[in-house]
Every structure is written in C-alpha cells, then in structure tokens.
Design a protein around this ligand. Structure first.
Ligand code: NAD
Length: 482
C-alpha cells in the first residue's frame, strides 16, 4: 500500500505520524493509497526549505525560471492520459471531464511560460522636468497553497506555476481526500530539474492549515475550498499579516428565457448541473425558467436525466460518476430530504439509482421543481448532482431572486436576445457569467472572479491578478543631478 510522502527540499520524505487516512477510489471503495496527517513541525521544515530556496530562486533571471515551465508543460503533455486516469480514480469524475481538467491545468503552465512579459513593470519618463518614474515587480517570498478535492490536478496548477515563475517558493497542501494528482504534479516538476525547495508539499488536514496560516515566514496564502473554511482562512491569515486570496463555495443560478432553443439548452444545463457529479464550484444548481416554457422544460430535463449513464468514470460510456465519499453522499441525501420536507416537488430522485450501483459512492441525478427562494436547497451549496427548478415571470424577477444569494461565483443566461444578455450582464451579482455557456470557467489568462461569499480577498487567482498577487511593487523616481 502506497503511503504518500511529503516533499521537502527536493526529497520525498516519510512523515513521522501514526495518523494516516485512506484514499479510496470513490467509484469502487478500493483503497488507492494512504495519506499521512502531517503536523505543524512538518510545515516548519517545509518553510525552512522554501526560505532557503528563495534566496537563490528569486534572483534567477525570470526567463530562466520560465524555462522550467516549458519543460514542465512538455512533461505534463506527454503524461496527460495517465494524469486524467489518476484524476478519475481519486476523484470519480469521468475520463472526459478529467481530460478537460488536465487541459485547463496545463493552460496555466503555458500562461506562466510568458512570465518575462507578464512581470514587466511600467515606466513613464519626464513626470516632471528631468525626472522619470518606474514601477518594478519582485517576488514576495514563501507562499502557501491550500487546495480542495474537486479539481485535484487543476487547482494546484492555478497557483503553483504563477507563484514560482514570479520568483516565489511554495508550500503546497493538497486535499487529503484527493492528494494523488498533486503528488504526481510535483514528481513531474522535479523531473524538470527545478532547484530543491522551490516547491514543497505537506500532506494533512487542519493542523497543517493552521500552521500555514500562523507561520511568520509565509507571506501569502492562496486557498480554494468551501465557504466556511475560506472565511476562516481569510480572517486568520490576514490577522497574521498575510496577503490572502480565498476562493470559496458557490450556489449558481441559471436563467432560461422563453426565446432560448430548448433542445440546445438542455444538454448544456445537464452538463453544468450533473457533470463532475455536481462537484464543481461552477455547477449550475438552481435553474429559473420563464413560466410559459416551464412545463416543457421540466419534461425535457426529465427525459435527459433518464438517459444519463451512471457508473465508474473510467468506462467511457458513463457520464455520471460517484461523489467523493460516503459521508458526502449522506450530506447530499440530507439536502434531498430537506427539500422534500420544505415542500419542493421531487421530480427525479437520485437516491433510486443507488441500489443499482453498490460499492461506490454513486447518487443519481435529482431534480426538484417548484422550489422557492427561502428553501434550504436553494440557499445552500449542496455540491452534488441536485438541480432545483424555479418558475419565474420574467428576466427581472429571475435576476432579483438570484441576487438574493449570499454567493456570487457564476451565473448563466440562456437566450438569443442581445438586450436580455446586456441586462443580465449589467445587473446580475456574480463574477463569472455565461451567455448560453453552462460552465463559464475563465481561461488561465483571465482571473477567476467569484463575488460575494464565493471569494474573500482582492486579487483573484490566475490571469494578471495572479501575477499581482504573487508580486510586490516598487516605484522608483529618478533625477540625475549632473
Ligand atoms: P474544503 O473546504 O473541505 O477543503 C479545502 C481545503 O481546506 C483542504 O485542503 C482541507 O484539508 C482544508 N480544510 C478543510 N476543513 C478545514 C478546517 N476546518 N480547517 C482548516 N483547513 C480545513 O473543500 P473541499 O470539500 O475539498 O472542496 C469543495 C469546495 O471547494 C466547494 O465548496 C467548492 O465550491 C469549493 N471550490 C471553490 C472554487 C472556487 O474557485 N471558488 C473552486 C473549487 C472548489
């Protein structure tokens, strides 16, 4: 049985702990590996390594730092099928989704290859007679990344390539529920010949996170995960003087207007709501449909759900894989029960599929109709294959309901009307918008711009925000006297 090791100063090392957690394949329950629960001392060792490496790595020319990313990109590209399989095995999403995840992670590495351009400062000559002014950027020091289970390959790569090509060194804490992809990422990174200590990995749970948040030598923390933990990370790390970006949970509203072509909308919404078993921070989880088309829409959704194939994501015929753990499945079932008790109409009950798929943490697609904005299933993030449908009179009503949400990660409008799309863009309170796009994930060169309770901080992950987050600026005003 593989027991994962931490990566400290370029070497994989055993963790001195008796506490280990199983990492099962959620499709079968079979144990894939064990992950050690590291302690604060392990974090301290990783930080010492990162601090030591920073002294030289930060002074290596940025073109040279970027050259490691070119090699890294080639290695990831040549291992992409193996990596996608690993994502499917540890997370449960189907192979197509896992391939997409690998692609999106690779794109950030490609983005970081351009760091010599991205890190450039600004110059303005003659701000006054004979005086010039320039702004130059520097890496900030040791930074930390704390990541979730749902994109175990992509999310570490939202952070790592930008953090290190800007000249920082890093301590990464993978999700204890899906740590294998992050482990493989750093194995491949070491193959590029990157200097020891530039990236360190500490596996574990709360204790590791708490030490990261308090450690005096860590300058910045990037967190991606659930809303309560994001808030805690933001507040604690900020109280310890750190720069923080904390990407949090979500509840995403999709709006379907009567002019939208139903046959085209259904597959897009199905993939948004039930792809990755609904375990996406950009998953559509509430759909607001104009009254005139609502009955037809529910009928078409029901038919599409009936056709969904459920099973192990390694089999290409399967569309809906398992959720991450039995406890998580039980939590989702709790939400379904609550929806029923609060009076929502259960059109499709995903629990029925469970008996046909023993062994893994499978749950069929669930559809609720006639929900209202005060129901728990509408307000809280379920993070599973559950879609709630609400009937509305028009776009304005839909937007005002969506804007009551405490979250604001993403929202999608289905319509062919430019006017409606403009009203939607101008008034919806969410940071990533789709117009007929079910999962409007920004590309690596754009920021991942959650709003409201979906994000804590100022500078978002990826894009130029990522470069800003991982750099300090100096402004120099110059006058030559002779
Ligand atoms: P999670 O919050 O449980 O875990 C995220 C990280 O925090 C893990 O590394 C975990 O070990 C650590 N952690 C968990 N509980 C902790 C605690 N009490 N104290 C300290 N550290 C703790 O999140 P998850 O379940 O792994 O991931 C799913 C969540 O992440 C969903 O809410 C999803 O919406 C969110 N997410 C958000 C984005 C985004 O961009 N906004 C992207 C991906 C996932």
């Amino acid at each position: 049985m593989q027991v994962l090791q931490n990566l400290i100063n370029g070497k994989f090392v055993d963790v001195m702990t008796s506490e280990k957690l199983d990492v099962p394949n959620p499709a079968t329950g079979e144990r894939l590996a064990q992950v050690p629960v590291s302690t604060a001392r392990d974090v301290d060792e990783a930080v010492v390594a990162a601090e030591g490496a920073f002294l030289t790595w930060s002074r290596i020319p940025v073109v040279e730092r970027a050259s490691y990313m070119f090699r890294f990109r080639d290695l990831l590209e040549s291992h992409k099928e193996e990596l996608a399989e690993l994502v499917t095995k540890e997370n449960g999403k189907n192979l197509d989704d896992a391939r997409g995840e690998v692609r999106r992670g690779l794109e950030v590495v490609e983005f970081a290859c351009g760091m010599p351009t991205l890190m450039m400062g600004q110059v303005l000559t003659s701000i006054s007679r004979g005086i010039d002014e320039e702004m130059v950027r520097y890496p900030i020091g040791v930074v930390a990344g704390i990541v979730p289970f749902n994109f175990p390959f992509m999310v570490p790569l939202w952070l790592l390539p930008i953090a290190i090509t800007t000249g920082n060194t890093m301590v990464l804490k993978p999700s204890e529920r899906a740590p294998l992809s992050a482990q493989r990422i750093v194995e491949l990174l070491l193959e590029t010949g990157i200097p020891d200590g530039v990236v360190n990995v500490v596996h574990g749970t709360k204790e590791v996170v708490n030490r990261i948040l308090e450690h005096p030598s860590i300058r910045a923390v990037s967190f991606v995960g659930s809303a309560p933990v994001a808030k805690y990370v933001y507040e604690t790390a900020a109280a310890h003087g750190k720069r923080v970006q904390a990407l949090a949970g979500a509840k995403n509203y999709h709006i379907v207007l009567k002019d939208a072509p139903l046959d085209k909308v259904i597959p897009v919404l199905m993939s948004s709501a039930f792809g990755n078993a609904g375990e996406r921070c950009l998953a559509g989880s509430v759909v607001l449909v104009e009254n005139e088309i609502a009955d037809d829409f529910v009928g078409a959704l029901q038919m599409a759900i009936d056709k969904l194939t459920i099973g192990n994501g390694l089999d290409p015929k399967n569309e809906l894989g398992p959720v991450i753990r039995e406890e998580h499945r039980q939590r989702i079932i709790g939400f379904i029960e609550q929806g029923v008790s609060e009076g929502a109409v259960l059109v499709k009950d995903g629990r029925e599929a469970m008996k046909d798929h023993p062994g893994g943490y499978f749950l069929g697609a669930t559809l609720f109709d006639r929900v209202n904005p005060d129901m728990t299933i509408v307000k809280e993030e379920i993070f599973g294959p559950v879609l709630s449908l609400m009937r509305v009179n028009n776009l304005e009503e839909a937007i005002s309901i969506a804007n009551r949400s405490k979250y604001g990660n993403t929202s999608t409008l289905y319509s062919e009307s430019g006017h409606s799309a403009r009203v939607f863009r101008e008034t919806i309170q969410a940071g990533m918008l789709g117009i007929n796009i079910g999962v409007p994930a920004p590309m690596a060169f754009f920021p991942f711009t959650g709003w409201k309770g979906s994000f804590y901080g100022d500078l978002h992950a990826t894009g130029k925000d990522g470069v800003e987050f991982y750099t300090d600026k100096k402004v120099v005003v110059t006058r030559w006297l002779s």
